[in-house]
Design a protein around this ligand. Sequence first.
Ligand SMILES: NC(=O)c1ccc[n+]([C@@H]2O[C@H](COP(=O)([O-])OP(=O)(O)OC[C@H]3O[C@@H](n4cnc5c(N)ncnc54)[C@H](O)[C@@H]3O)[C@@H](O)[C@H]2O)c1
Length: 327
Amino acid sequence: MEAFDGARVLVTGAAGFIGSHLCERLVAEGCHVTGIDNFDPFYDPAIKRRNVAALQQHPRFRLVEGDIRDLETLRALFADTPFTQVVHLAARAGVRPSIAEPLAYASVNVHGTLTILEAMREAGCRELVFASSSSVYGERETVPFRETDPVERPISPYAATKRACELMIATWHHLHGIAANCLRFFTVYGPRQRPDLAIAKFAARMLAGETIEIYGDGSAERDFTYIDDIIDGVVRAMQRLEGYEIYNLGEQHTTSVLELVRLLERALGCEAKLRFTDAQPGDVSRTFADVQRARERLGYRPSTPIERGIERYVAWLREQPAAAASG
Ligand SMILES: NC(=O)c1ccc[n+]([C@@H]2O[C@H](COP(=O)([O-])OP(=O)(O)OC[C@H]3O[C@@H](n4cnc5c(N)ncnc54)[C@H](O)[C@@H]3O)[C@@H](O)[C@H]2O)c1
């Protein structure tokens, strides 16, 4: 991979799950990184503070507490540092809560992304990597999902906001020459994973001896992508910024919810108690990434099978004080 020395990167959502891993990787590669995060209470902000605690000791990392919807904050940041690139990860994430709070999702995801684009345009920053989502594919019969598949039928507000962002970025590319890679992440997991996601929720309940709720019959499938593979894909996308492009980043392998429970049982060494409830509106029945484009153009090579990724996640979980207390 090409060297990154001297790059000045703005990472939005830096204190989140993916953002904190990316910032660690970028400073290790020699980049100067400014992270912005508003410590949104979607999940416990104390978790986000822990995510960036070590990073904040690094001389090439700076954390700014602020909201991406505030153009004045962004203007001040760009005036202070002529960023060479922006990696825009800040968002309200999660499919199901977006049905309850569509306005909040539109505000952060759509208005927030527009504000980033305007700040970049004004400052003359011309390189953007954006975190999109596999959810834009909606409910599809044919797998694997390809970047050329139709995506005009999202089935959750979250998915619709992510597709709206891809479209706005295409417009800013056309009008203002911003080179952009939109990366469609497929269910990312690993250490520091968001607590609202299935793997984290299941593992916490299993360690506490509590019952797990399975939506539907457990046959729903996801292409689970290990955090290190996602970060590798993001870094590669930062190094190949020409024009406007969309890339799937997944493992190109699917696992059903019930298979996932079995893997967690094996790694945690305990049996799960299951309760089956209705399938949830907004959830698609499967995701499955075709990563050929990212392979060919970015050299992306995901290399963490779910079995190994779950073992690593559980090893990390066991080191956390809360897990030790309940486990
Ligand atoms: N984790 C996944 O499986 C997954 C899958 C597909 C796409 N994505 C996308 O990847 C990105 C990162 O996801 P994550 O799992 O790390 O989520 P996360 O919630 O851990 O991180 C997002 C961060 O953005 C911050 N944020 C929210 N609103 C903000 C605002 N108005 N101003 C500044 N900061 C704000 C939050 O405080 C949080 O720290 C998101 O855009 C998400 O939609 C994630």
